[in-house]
Design a protein around this ligand. Structure first.
Ligand code: UD1
Ligand code: UDP
Length: 440
């Protein structure tokens, strides 16, 4: 078996590293393609070093550009490589342009696509990420899903539960493994040593780069106004290059940089960043990955967005959506700082993203699919005649697996009278309402 992994941005490198590592430990043939979407040393190369994975076999060097140009160049480059390498499965991760390009190209070459971190939905089609993740899901064959909630999003869109694997998120694998390494090593970045972070209190780690925030002058201005008033906190802001550019264009960079309690520094390597966040009182962010890491590291998060595709973090109590609303940012930041019970409740929120074995579960599933011949993409035969769609109320003890075998059926949806449930093979259907396809 040969597995091709496509990545291109900082979070993809971090979240695919545990899978790349697992594939290599098992001695499976693999090839890694970097799209080159992130190209600065501190946005790309630094992560291969910190995460101890080899540099990619290919780099397409697409660089920055409009969505159309960037995605188009990626598609052209990925297609050439896949035609040459002919892998059995292509893995894409998350919701960047690489996911869209990789999934489209591979599926049209009839190569199976595995979407890592599938099923997330913000239901906000103005976000490029929402378009990317939805389109990638349409093209995929295997779905590696962080939580049951995200799996239910895919079920509701009609995907077969047989292809959905609830694995947790590889961000937890990376976090658990590398925090220990970071703690032993200590801070390496000079700016962090100079700030004496080790002995600093009331650290607020800030990151923002989301287009809907940083490309909107009013939103950034509101956020900066809130930061100005949080002068009893030490705000550490490793700035994303996109944000640095737009703050300069808006004429807001110097204003923020002049605040003595705000420390704007360059983007950090993974180990330094993990150590910084683990020592923080609060994380203020619009990052997807950071919402997950905050709850993994037991650090309260305030998310600078009005919606999230990670609602589990909010319902668990570890994350609050504050948008770019100055009042909401200030009120919640103050509470975390001053109200110990409130802060403790946020810190103790249960991590919904698994035990740190997502990479293992992902590669287990791929190996099984390969062995069962399920990675071969074939056209279905006689699809119109092959099944009828049905509903039923189940009044006896029978598991999903037993029902499907007995009825020669595929269950789609399961309702327990209150909410939708994920049809795990062992789920007892007694008392539940189901919809299913019955094969003839
Ligand atoms: C991309 C992803 C976003 C992800 C983020 C992770 C898409 C649509 N967006 O956003 O989902 O959350 O990566 O960080 O795929 N730049 C540099 N150096 C670099 C990379 C970028 O200076 O190494 C600057 C360029 O000015 C570029 C801007 O940042 O125009 C934006 O980069 P781009 O890759 O388009 O999107 P991100 O905002 O990084
Ligand atoms: N990160 C990092 N250094 C930084 C900022 C973030 O290593 O200076 C890591 C962080 O630990 C997380 C990931 O980058 O795992 C998040 O990436 P980003 O916010 O760029 O993208 P998103 O997750 O929003 O797609």
């Amino acid at each position: 078996m040969k597995i091709a992994t496509i990545l291109g941005t900082r979070p993809e490198i971090i979240k695919m590293a545990p899978i790349i590592d697992e594939i290599s430990k098992r001695g499976i043939n693999q090839v890694v393609l970097h799209t080159g979407q992130h190209y600065d040393e501190e946005m790309s190369d630094a992560f291969f070093k910190d995460l101890e994975i080899p540099t990619p076999d290919y780099n397409i060097h697409v660089g920055s550009g409009t969505h159309g140009k960037q995605t188009g160049l990626m598609m052209k480059g990925i297609e050439e490589i896949l035609l040459d390498e002919n892998p059995d499965i292509v893995l894409v991760q998350g919701d960047t342009n690489a996911v869209l390009a990789g999934a489209l190209v591979a599926s049209k070459l009839h190569i199976a696509v595995g979407h890592v971190e599938a099923g997330l939905r913000s239901f906000d089609m103005t976000m490029p990420e929402e378009i990317n993740r939805r389109a990638a899901d349409v093209c995929s064959v295997m779905y590696f899903i962080p939580t049951e909630e995200s799996a239910i999003n895919l079920l509701a869109e009609g995907f077969s539960h047989k292809n959905l694997f609830i694995t947790g998120n590889t961000v937890v694998d990376a976090c658990f493994r590398h925090l220990e390494i970071a703690q032993k090593r200590g801070f390496e970045e000079e700016s962090l040593k100079e700030l004496d972070i080790e002995n600093m209190d009331n650290i607020l780690t800030l990151t923002m780069h989301r287009a809907e925030n940083v490309d909107d002058k009013q939103r950034v201005t509101n956020i900066i106004e809130a930061l100005r008033e949080l002068d009893d906190m030490n705000i550490i802001f490793p700035i994303h290059p996109r944000t640095k550019n737009t703050l300069k264009i808006f004429g807001l960079f110097d204003e923020l940089n002049d605040l003595s309690h705000v420390h704007i520094i360059k983007p950090l390597g993974y180990l330094d960043f993990l150590l910084l966040t683990s020592k923080s009182t609060l994380i203020l962010t619009d990052s997807g990955g950071l919402q997950e890491e905050a709850i993994t590291l037991n650090v309260p998060a305030l998310t600078l967005r009005y919606n999230t595709e990670r609602p589990e973090t909010v319902t668990a109590g570890g994350n609050i959506l504050v948008g770019s609303d100055k009042g909401a940012i200030l009120e919640n930041a103050r509470r975390i700082l001053d109200d110990e019970d409130f802060a403790d409740k946020m810190k103790n929120a249960q991590n919904p993203y698994g035990q740190g074995d997502a990479a293992k579960l992902t590669v287990d599933a791929i190996e099984k699919y390969y062995d069962d011949g399920l990675l071969d993409i074939k056209a279905p035969e006689n699809i119109m005649d092959s099944f009828t769609r049905k509903m039923a109320k189940i009044n006896n003890d029978i598991s999903v697996n037993e029902f499907e075998i007995k009825e020669n059926a595929l269950i789609h949806m399961v309702f327990d009278g209150e909410k939708m449930r994920f049809p795990n093979d062992k789920l007892n259907l007694n008392g539940m309402m189901i919809s299913y396809d019955k094969r003839k």
